[in-house]
Design a protein around this ligand. Sequence first.
Ligand code: NDP
Ligand code: MG
Length: 409
Amino acid sequence: MQAVSPLPRTERKPASAVRTVTVLGATGSVGTSTVDLLKRGNGKYRVEAVTAHKNAVQLAQIARDLNARLAVVADPSAYRELKDALAGTGIEAASGEAASIEAAQRPAEWVMAAVSGSVGLRSTLAAAKRGATVALANKECLVCAGAMFMRTAAASGATVLPVDSEHNAIFQALTAGPREDVSRIVITASGGPFRTWTREQMRAAKLEQALKHPNWSMGPKITIDSATMFNKVLELIEAHHLFAVEPAKLAVLVHPQSIIHGMVEYRDGSVVAQLGSPDMRIPIAHCLAWPTRIDGPAAKLDLAKIGSLTFEAPDPDRFPALELGRRALETGGAAPTILNAANEVAVAAFIGGQIGFGGIADLVEATLEAAERRNATAEPQDIDEALAVDHMARSLAHDLFPEIAAKSF
Ligand code: NDP
Ligand code: MG
């Protein structure tokens, strides 16, 4: 895969005194952590727009708390509720996909892209297209259409700041030396709730067990992805695009305490790491203040109390996602887009109780193979192509679903 990186290297324009900001996916886990930081901003931020899918009541409360100009629910059926909840505030209410994209197009300097899933692609891209500073949480956007997204951001002069904790760590560690002297980038993984489980135990895993992440509190999709380790797969692909680094230089290391979030190894053998409590408000605060720093509310790291940090090699036998991800990354083209779509279908089915835990990786593998047989693997060149591949892969996954789901219980 060809990668282009519009991540800033040395250029450090100070942020203006009052930053205009927009939060896409404001009612989610990353969204509410962002809202928490904005509320503590003491007039440093002016909020242009906040968006959600259909959680109108919570969105209206956020819009009121932040005194936003515009609140958008993507689902038109939630419009009335939003409009009523904002009555008398002067805050504009809107709904639908076009309004979600328009929210991203409005002139906020800084946009948090925290919609979950490939459904966040168009709005995230709209912010990048107009040259905004995009705090990127929506990793699916890079997985589905990474080369195109980074090209678009580079062409418009957008700055992409990584919110994902591992990528934020790596972004910070990359300031320690020239990019060409980087020999390896290490993404850490907690190993999720099933780190020590056998394959048989995992096959029988219940939803509540998969949703119990040992260290992080996150939305349901990414929490299941952490249990299968598809989250690390998405993160490898994300890192490949963000940092323009070839797959061979990217490694995953299991680190159950989630204190070291990412590391960069340089050619002289130096390894530079970023550490912090597992609280998303740390990377979000970094992106919000970049290139400066702000006070953060997250617990400060007490290493004496933690005592020891441990590490393990990831186990590809128990976590087949890792091998599937490696293959998709090396194959390139549309393979990551297909992997992401099939995984979204599988995770939604697991959450809905229609497939066993082991069926998630099986469905992704079968979908990738079916797409290969159809030669449907050319790299998407624009957003419509990326969404067409996403759609095609979802439909393949749905066709393959009954047989794989039946075998998965
Ligand atoms: P959540 O499920 O908690 O929240 C998703 C958000 O997206 C909600 O605000 C939801 O609104 C909104 N949303 C869903 N569909 C649409 C749509 N069509 N238009 C507008 N808004 C929409 O997800 P997370 O916060 O956990 O994750 C968000 C992204 O950040 C994901 O890409 C994830 O991989 C990434 N990420 C998350 C981390 C975390 O700690 N949670 C860590 C690193 C990355 P509603 O409430 O109405 O459904
Ligand atoms: Mg992460």
